[in-house]
Design a protein around this ligand. Structure first.
Ligand code: NDP
Length: 285
């Protein structure tokens, strides 16, 4: 039997409807939630991401400003822009699109964003708050994955084993922390994990955030498991050039109980959580 598909587009639409209602209520009180997006350079993938984020803001009635800067912008110039946005009362959320050009210190830039406007949840203060179980702004991708679990009736994961493949600061680690707070028993795997397949096969919930096309194969999945595919990988033109996830969708579809597609899975939920965080920021400010 094929897995039940967790449709990120459908869920995103539902959550964005609620956000739009809340935005309208805030606007009636004279506050328009505002997001500033900063993009350095002209990476085609980043341009698509920021365009989607800005468009999503407009659709729920939020104000957004896109600051497109040349790749050679200095760190001092970038920090000056962030500082001005930190004190701009029309801007409630600030997002610096990653990756940044090599001459810029990512950590310094992420720490420069005021913690109460850090809608990406990358500031150390927000990461720490998540760690101690008092989340303020949570990284959007893992937050979106948790919404997907809630939507299939898995808000409380007591007794479940969750395995996260990947330990990045923006996906793997916050994902593991959220699963832990939802009472799952959590294993984090990475490139140094021995017998990854055996680890993955123990998972009732398997989250793949590796960045390798079709890396999770059917033999790595426990029958009936919930599989969340965070990966977004562009195949080379010689293989069709299409977007695929970290999960071998066709084969895993025959083993898993639930599965997220790529595209149309975690991606739309990530943007939705960005909108949610911006709304929360506006409410708090
Ligand atoms: P990173 O490259 O920062 O992290 C990848 C992780 O995978 C690392 O922790 C790495 O381990 C681990 N890994 C790599 N190779 C293996 C292996 N052979 N076995 C086990 N673990 C391995 O990626 P991100 O976390 O930023 O992103 C992961 C994927 O998710 C990418 O495809 C990215 O495009 C996508 N993504 C999607 C988003 C969305 O909205 N859907 C948002 C953000 C990311 P180690 O630490 O040991 O090197």
């Amino acid at each position: 039997m094929s897995a039940i598909r967790i449709d990120g587009n459908v869920l995103a639409e539902k959550v964005r409807g609620r956000i739009a209602t809340d935005v309208a209520a805030l606007k009636a009180r004279g506050i328009t939630p505002g997001l500033a997006v900063i993009l350095l350079g002209d990476s085609p993938a980043s341009q698509v991401y920021v365009r989607n984020k800005v468009a999503a803001c407009g659709k729920v009635g939020m104000h957004s400003v896109l600051h497109k800067l040349p790749a050679e912008t200095t760190e001092t110039e970038l920090l000056a822009l962030i500082n001005s946005l930190n004190v701009d009362p029309t801007i409630h959320g600030i997002l610096v699109q990653l990756p940044l050009p090599k001459h810029i210190h990512e950590k310094q830039v992420l720490e420069a964003v005021a913690a109460n406007k850090d809608v990406d949840g990358f500031h150390a203060e927000n990461v720490g708050a998540l760690m101690i179980g008092e989340p303020r702004f949570v990284s959007c991708t893992p937050a979106g994955c948790m919404e997907m679990l809630k939507d299939i009736g898995m808000a409380d994961l007591r007794g479940k084993h969750a395995v996260v493949v990947g330990r990045s600061n923006i996906v793997g680690k916050p994902m593991a922390m959220l699963l832990l707070h939802a009472n799952a028993t959590v294993t984090i795997c990475h490139s140094g994990t021995a017998d990854l397949a055996a680890m993955c096969r123990q998972a009732d919930i398997l989250v793949a955030a590796v960045g390798k096309p079709r890396f999770i194969t059917a033999d790595m999945v426990k029958p009936g498991a919930v599989v969340i595919d965070v990966g977004i990988n562009r195949l080379p033109e010689s293989e069709g050039g299409k977007l695929v996830g970290d999960v071998d969708f066709g084969a895993v579809n025959e083993v898993a109980g639930y599965l997220t597609p790529v595209p149309g899975g975690v991606g739309p939920m990530t943007i939705t959580m960005l909108l949610q965080n911006t709304l929360t920021a506006a409410n708090r400010q």
